[in-house]
Design a protein around this ligand. Sequence first.
Ligand SMILES: Cc1cc2nc3c(=O)[nH]c(=O)nc-3n(C[C@H](O)[C@H](O)[C@H](O)COP(=O)(O)O)c2cc1C
Length: 179
Amino acid sequence: MEHKILVAYATRTGSTRGVAEKIGATLSGAGAEVEVLPVQAVKDAAPYRAIVVGSPIHGNQWLPEALQFVRLQQAALVSRPFAAFSVCMTLAMRGGEQYRPAVAGSLTPVRALARPVSEGLFAGALLIRRIPSLGDRLKFRLSVLAGVWTEGDHRDWEAIQAWAEGLQPHFALGMAGVK
Ligand SMILES: Cc1cc2nc3c(=O)[nH]c(=O)nc-3n(C[C@H](O)[C@H](O)[C@H](O)COP(=O)(O)O)c2cc1C
């Protein structure tokens, strides 16, 4: 497996899985063998030669299982190219780009464990019917009514692809003969 790249993700309503799949497809297109898996499905990241990990932001933080993955796989992450991405609704707000530095703060606990070669920050999707908790569904319906968020899919596929293409030199892809 040591020639493969791992793209691991956490998700609650599926949008981060879509981002992970787009990153995986972009890296595959550059000639890499890629596995895209939920963090819970990866028992050992050591056999992969490069690793991407992503999580949606909930309450300004990564989901617990994504941070747990970074903690458990720290030895693997510090010893090979590792990139991290966050998915959130803040960047989908009108004027949300100004909050990019605050959104980058979601990666502070990750950086403390393993320093990414690259950090991706992406607008996600607000799919209220898919939110597991009734309380959270109500909270988000109210904040949509109040005009804080707009429901729907705000993922910017071009931005996600461009970030994944930027990983290629870090992951030694795109060079003749290197797979
Ligand atoms: C309970 C909950 C809390 C959230 N907290 C934040 C937050 O603090 N900041 C933010 O920008 N987005 C927040 N979001 C929006 C999610 O990050 C966004 O909808 C993301 O695309 C969800 O990813 P998923 O579909 O992979 O679960 C929150 C969403 C939920 C359901």
